[in-house]
Design a protein. Structure first.
Length: 59
């Protein structure tokens, strides 16, 4: 087993933290993408079919 302050363990911890941060960013961006897509669909229906938007289409 490697010592606690080993550079290998430190690098592994840094890379793990980086991977977790990237996963969180991806999840947030996916959620934002869905929100914007739903908002665009609402406005598209309003523009193409003169439908009244539910609420305010997220504005």
């Amino acid at each position: 087993m490697m010592p606690r302050g080993s550079p290998t363990i430190t690098a592994l911890r840094v890379l793990t933290a980086l991977a977790v941060a990237l996963a969180a960013m991806c999840a947030f961006l996916a959620w934002q993408w869905k929100t914007e897509r739903d908002r665009a669909d609402c406005w598209r229906a309003y523009a193409e079919f003169q439908l009244q938007p539910e609420g305010n289409c997220g504005t």
